[in-house]
Design a protein around this ligand. Structure first.
Ligand code: GLY
Length: 360
C-alpha cells in the first residue's frame, strides 16, 4: 500500500487480507498425518537447513541420548558450517559488521529452559544456552554477560565473521539506502518503508535460523533454536529465537514448537507457546502452525503488508506433538522442513498461508 492510499483503500486491503487466508489456504497432503497412522518417537524435525542436524540427532537418540543433548549436537553442524550464513560461524553480522548470536533450548522432562542473546565471538550459541539452563538459576543471559558466562565455561572465542559474510556486509553497507531497520518518528512519512509496499509477496530479508525438535521413544521432548538473527540488524537487536514462548516452546505433555523467519512478527504474537496451546486443545501440529500464522497476518501493521494487504515477510513454524505427529507452515508457499522419522531424513513440504507470486 503506498502512503498515498486513502483510509478506505487501506481498510479495503485489510479486509482483503483477512479474507485471503481461507481462499488462499493450501494444505499439502504429505505434511499432515492422522494420529493413528503414526508410531511415537524417536522423531526429529527441523527447519529446511536441518537435514544433517536431524540425522545427527537421530543417531544420538538411537544411542539413548537425552533429547536436548541430541538436538543441541545436531544444530552444532549448522553452527560450525560457514556456508550456513544464518547460524553460528559465518552468520550474517549486525550493521556494524559484528556477528551477534541468539539461541534457546528447552527440555521437556524438566520443563527447564536456557537462552543467550546478542552473544559475540562464540559460535556454539545453543550449547551456551544449554549451559545457562544447566549451570545457572537464570533463563536468559545477553550481550557482554553472555560472552563472560561462555568464557567462564571454557567456550573458545574467535572472530565469527567470515570473509564472504564480511564482503556481503560491505556490499550492504555501500548500497543500503532503502534496506535498513531505522524508522522515522510516526509524525513523519516513512517513505523508504512505504516504497516496499506496491509489490506483491514477501520482501527478501535474511532472517535465517535453525530450529530442531526431538521426541524420544519414551515420549520425551526437547528443542533448540539458534541463529545469527536478521542480517545487518541494529546492534543489540534480539529476535524471537532466544525468547521462550516465541522462537521455542516445549511442553512435555503436549508437544514442541519453534520458528524461523521474521522474529519481530513472532515476538508480537508469542507463537510457539500459542502453537503448543492449540495442540493441547486438539489442533494438529500443521493446523496449529497455520492458525498462528493467521493471527500474525491479522495483526500485521500496514507498513509491512504487500499491495494485496498480506504480510510482506517470511515466517515459518515447526511443531512436533507428543504422539509423534508433526507439521510445519510458512507464511508464503515454497517452504520445506526436515524430518527424520527413524527410517531416513527427508525434506517435507510445509503448508502455507499465501501462494507466492510465480510459485506453481
Ligand atoms: N527468527 C530469527 C530472527 O528473527 O532473528
Amino acid at each position: 500500500m503506498s502512503h498515498e492510499m486513502s483510509r478506505r483503500g487501506f481498510l479495503g486491503a485489510t479486509v482483503a487480507a483477512a479474507a485471503a487466508p481461507s481462499a488462499d489456504l493450501m494444505r499439502l497432503a504429505n505434511a499432515a498425518q492422522p494420529a493413528a497412522a503414526l508410531a511415537k518417537g524417536p522423531i526429529v524435525i527441523a527447519s529446511a537447513n536441518g537435514v544433517a542436524a536431524v540425522t545427527r540427532a537421530m543417531e544420538l537418540l538411537r544411542g539413548g541420548s537425552d533429547p536436548l543433548d541430541a538436538v543441541v549436537e545436531g544444530v552444532r553442524i549448522n553452527e560450525d558450517d560457514p556456508k550456513d550464513g544464518s547460524v553460528g560461524f559465518g552468520g550474517g553480522p549486525n550493521e556494524d559488521g559484528e556477528v551477534e548470536l541468539d539461541a534457546s533450548v528447552m527440555h521437556g522432562p524438566t520443563h527447564k529452559a536456557g537462552a543467550v542473546a546478542a552473544l559475540r565471538r562464540v559460535r556454539h550459541a545453543a550449547s551456551v544456552a544449554q549451559r545457562v539452563m544447566q549451570r545457572t538459576d537464570h533463563v536468559l543471559i545477553v550481550g557482554e554477560g553472555a560472552l563472560r558466562f561462555a568464557r567462564a565455561h571454557g567456550f573458545p572465542e574467535e572472530n565469527l565473521l567470515t570473509e564472504s559474510a564480511r564482503e556481503a556486509w560491505l556490499r550492504w553497507k555501500e548500497t543500503h539506502s532503502d534496506d535498513d531497520d531505522w524508522l522515522p518518528p510516526a509524525s513523519q512519512p516513512a517513505t523508504r518503508q512505504h516504497s516496499r509496499l506496491p509489490r506483491e509477496g514477501p520482501i527478501e530479508r535474511d532472517y535465517g535460523t535453525i530450529n530442531c525438535l526431538a521426541l524420544t521413544a519414551a515420549g520425551d521432548l526437547a528443542g533448540t533454536t539458534t541463529t545469527s538473527g536478521l542480517a545487518n540488524k541494529i546492534a543489540g537487536r534480539v529476535g524471537d529465537s532466544p525468547i521462550i514462548g516465541a522462537g521455542l516452546y516445549v511442553d512435555n505433555g503436549v508437544g514442541a514448537a519453534g520458528s524461523t523467519g521474521r522474529g519481530e512478527a513472532n515476538l508480537q504474537n508469542c507463537s510457539s507457546f500459542l502453537i503448543v496451546e492449540l495442540m493441547r486443545n486438539g489442533k494438529s501440529p500443521q493446523d496449529a502452525c497455520l492458525e498462528a500464522l493467521k493471527r500474525i497476518a491479522d495483526h500485521t501493521e500496514p507498513r509491512l503488508r504487500d499491495r494485496n494487504g498480506r504480510p510482506a515477510f517470511g515466517l515459518a513454524f515447526y511443531a512436533l506433538a507428543r504422539d509423534g505427529r508433526h507439521g510445519s507452515a510458512t507464511m508464503w508457499s515454497g517452504g520445506n522442513y526436515a524430518v527424520h522419522d527413524g527410517t531416513d531424513a527427508k525434506l517435507v513440504a510445509s503448508a502455507y498461508l499465501y501462494k507466492q507470486p510465480g510459485n506453481s
